[in-house]
Each structure stands twice: as C-alpha cells, then as structure tokens.
Design a protein around this ligand. Sequence first.
Ligand code: SAH
Length: 294
Amino acid sequence: MGKESWTILKLIHWTSERFQKEGLPTPRLDAEVLLSSTLRVDRVRLYTHFDQPLLPEELVRFKTMIQRRLKREPVAYIIGRREFWSLSFKVTRDVLIPRPETEILVSEALALRPSIPVGDGDLQVLEIGTGSGAISIALAKEMGSGSITATDVSEKALAVAEENAASNGVREHLRFLRGDLFSPLKNGEQFHLILTNPPYISREEWSDLMPEVREFEPTLALDGGWDGLDFYRRALPQISEFLFPGGWFLGEIGTGQDQKILEIAGQNPALGEFTFVPDLAGIKRVFKARKWTG
Ligand code: SAH
C-alpha cells in the first residue's frame, strides 16, 4: 500500500482485488468484514463513510488482518467472532466455527418439544461436543425453562462456551461438563433430548477440505475416523440408556452418511422412528431417532 490517504472505499477495493487474485471465495465480503472489525463498526457504516481515511494505527491493524487472511485463516478466527442463530459468539482456534446448517439441529429440537412427555418436570437436554456452545446457547435462549447439559472433551472449548453462555445471558441454564461421550454424566442420568454435531469428516474427504478448515479448525472437532462414523459407532449403542422413554436423539451427519447411520442405529433395538432432515442443498443433514416408550 502507498502513502496517499487510504479511505474506506479505496481499502475495500484494494483488498477485495488482492483477495480475489489469491482465489479466496468471498473476497469483497471478507474485505468488508475485516475492515469493519478493524474500525469496530458494523458493515453498513462502511457504506455511509466511504471517504473516511484510516488512522495510521487502524491501517496497521487492518494490514495484519489481511496478511492472516492471505494465509487462509478463516475470517471468524481473525475477528474472533461468528454469528449463529442471530446471536454473537466468541470463537477461537480451540472451537469449530459454527455453521449455518447446524441451525437445523436447533430448529428440529424446538419443533420436537411438544411431542416429548416431560411429566411435571422440566425438559432435560444433553449436548455432546458443544464446542463454542452455539447449539446449547441458542436452545437455552429459545426455551426459557428447562436445563441443558453441554459436554466436550476439550477444556479450552468449554472455557469459550462458558464465556459465550455468559455474554448471551443464559449461563444459569447451562451445566458444562468435560469428558468423553457419556463419561462425565452421573449413573442413571437421563434426558428428553440428546443432541450432537460430532466430528464426522472421513479420511477420504480430508484432502478435499478447504485449507481454512483443514489447517485452522481443531482436528478433534472434524476427524471422524476412516469413514467419518467413529463417533456414531461409539455413541449410538449406548445412547438409549441416557434417554427417557419417548426421548429423542438428534445428530448432524456428513454428506452421504445416511445409509450407514441407519445400519448403526438399527443395531440398537431400543431406538426407532428413524428420520432425516435435509439442509437447503437437499442433503440429509440431521438424523433423528426416538427411544421406544414402554
Ligand atoms: N457443537 C459445536 C461444535 C461441534 S465440533 C457446533 O456445532 O458448532 C465437535 C465437538 O465435539 C468439538 O468441540 C470436539 O472437541 C467435541 N468432541 C469430539 N469428540 C468428542 C467426544 N468423544 N466426547 C465429547 N466431545 C467430543
């Protein structure tokens, strides 16, 4: 960049062009999001202040962000935030960046609520592998009552999730536990709803992942073993022990994993009512199963 005055508009143009040359998929959007984060204003304000020049220290901060993006670091990690369910979440490299399609898990969970026999008590929800806390926090916001237990194997992820619960005003509705699968739960503990968006990337898909994902997001959040289904092979045989009769399991799955999931779930005689919910691209994205009553 030269010495002449760098206005917002000039910087958006220069940066989008640079990002485009680098082959980044959304160059203009990235430029705008990074610039608005540098200036700590929302994107709309950029458009009403095109002629505003940047202060030298703002320019330095923005340049550092550009350099990080050119190394393919995701925008969400650079600015440290991501929106999910219209809520704002802190994200660090210890957590998966929440994806829009994961909102299906939240809306399905909300839609199932009326069909779950809760009796006199509150709805009890378990989320395994909460990462940033996105799913559990969105649910807590919507549910008002009920209690949600959110687990993760990663201590660092849980710290981020706790911060997000607090900043979104739902800390008291959530219980965070660290550990593998069901190990942090008490003996005999049961839930009306168990949700998970587990690691489900297969070995074959690994090399096709964008560098943003492969090189920056936690392997622990992505790697699902050779066919991507290791987590489900471990979780589904046990899941019914932790569900109340009539309770539901909801899990996000990868492209084309539906047949194999049916095979794995079908081996647990306590589960039935298997269904899939497609995402906007028509891909079966969420797997639902119910524990038989009686
Ligand atoms: N729920 C978040 C994060 C999903 S990434 C979202 O949808 O955006 C998957 C998460 O599961 C990671 O945070 C990872 O640390 C955690 N995880 C992986 N294996 C696990 C296991 N066996 N038990 C508990 N958590 C696990």
